[in-house]
Design a protein around this ligand. Structure first.
Ligand SMILES: [Zn+2]
Ligand SMILES: [Zn+2]
Length: 390
């Protein structure tokens, strides 16, 4: 049965390939920042509604989140996730336009397969999750209960390489504000307290700290406000920093070390400092072994292969989801010549015919994996068991 259902899903994705690629292109052409993905939200929800899904816009009060559901039986409820936020200035440099396309393409394929075969029961939820780039759309959705009725969740992400179990680190985020005192920088410098100096010292403190840390740890930041004019001693400076490590515990160990770096810089310069950690922390990604193995088999049937790759790929709020329900987050290759994402080169690659083709092929693998889970509910139980053991 599942072979026939998989065939139906593949044909459905191919049938609508042009329309699906158009959605990907349209999102690429209109890059929107986290929680401001209004155009993408309309585009994706209208598309899914036209295709017969029951759509809930602004899901759980989150303006640019949505769900599109299909199926009569509540269990198993399989969730395919879309992301669609872009980065400031460099557009879709993380290729989330393709994640959105892969999500709705897999959704179409799964729905067609379920419709063609009345036997397997279950529900499909295509979930639109805004603001992955730092603001934690999925963290908010988890808090609001979006995953309470979900059995398993999956998404795919474009990358220069195809990786089955990419390493995503847990993280924590700082917004640090130094307060000093303005003065004429040439006439009365002794009257000033230099907030930019505090930021520079903090930056250097952290750079020195870094050499004593494990190679699996990442700390990086920017000075987002360093003053307004050279002839005014800066009275205010702002830094944004991320710290990342393989586990939440290691991130917790890092936290006081960074705080010391900020506080020492404030003390040395006579500034005061406010340390804000309000942006939601991300958890490390736990790849569900049962689901990964199904995905791998299906991908290989489509001639999609993966490389071994253990260097961290960053952090994702899908990590938080993977601590709530069994989940996978494979990376799929686009752009043979690009070496990294969050680059202008990757933005360009994320809007090429080859990238759209790979997106749809990867969507087929997701649809096939879901079909395995619908047809053999015991696999869902096995996935949950593996989740609980973790
Ligand atoms: Zn990104
Ligand atoms: Zn991304």
């Amino acid at each position: 049965m599942e072979a026939e259902m998989k065939r139906v899903a593949i044909l459905e994705i191919e049938k609508y390939s042009q329309e699906l690629n158009k959605v990907g292109e349209e999102i690429w052409n209109n890059p929107e920042l986290g929680y401001e993905e209004y155009k993408a939200h309309v585009l994706l929800t209208d598309f899914l509604e036209r295709k017969g899904f029951t759509v809930e816009r602004s899901y759980l009060g989150i303006k640019t989140a949505f769900t599109a559901t299909f199926g009569h039986e509540a269990k198993p409820n399989i969730c395919v996730i879309c992301e669609y936020d872009a980065l400031p200035e460099i557009g879709h440099a993380c290729g989330h336009n393709l994640i959105a396309e892969a999500g709705i393409a897999a959704g179409l394929g799964i729905k067609a397969a379920l419709e063609a075969n009345g036997a397997p029961k279950g529900r499909l939820t295509v979930m639109g999750t805004p603001a992955e780039e730092g603001l934690g759309g999925k963290v908010k959705l988890i808090e609001e209960g979006a995953f309470n009725d979900i059995d398993v969740a999956m998404m795919v992400h474009p990358c220069p390489h195809s990786i089955l179990e990419p390493v995503f680190l847990a993280n924590g985020k700082f917004k640090v504000t130094f307060h000093g005192k303005a003065a004429h920088a040439a006439a009365f410098p002794w009257e000033g307290i230099n907030a930019l100096d505090a930021a520079v010292l903090a930056y250097n403190n952290i750079s020195v700290l870094r050499q004593q840390l494990k190679p699996t740890i990442r700390i990086h930041g920017i000075i987002s406000n360093g003053g307004v004019k050279p002839n005014i001693i800066p009275e205010l400076s702002v830094m944004n920093y991320y710290m990342r490590a393989p586990t939440r515990e290691e991130v917790s160990e890092l936290k006081p070390k960074l705080i010391s770096c900020f506080e020492a810089a404030a003390k040395a310069t006579g500034c005061t400092v406010d340390i804000d950690m309000n942006e939601p922390p991300y958890e490390d990604m736990v790849h569900n072994k049962v689901m990964t193995s199904l995905y791998k088999t299906n991908a290989e049937q489509l001639d999609l292969t993966h490389i071994e790759y253990t260097t961290p790929c960053g952090s994702t709020d899908m990590g938080n989801v993977s601590h709530v329900v069994p989940a996978i987050h494979p990376m799929f290759q686009i752009g043979h010549d690009t070496r990294a994402y969050h680059t202008r080169e990757f933005t360009a690659v994320a809007n090429t015919p080859a990238a759209y083709q790979n997106t749809l092929n990867t969507a087929k693998a997701m649809a096939m994996t879901s079909i395995d889970l619908y047809v053999t509910p015991d696999l869902v139980q096995q996935a949950k068991q593996a989740f609980n053991e973790k």
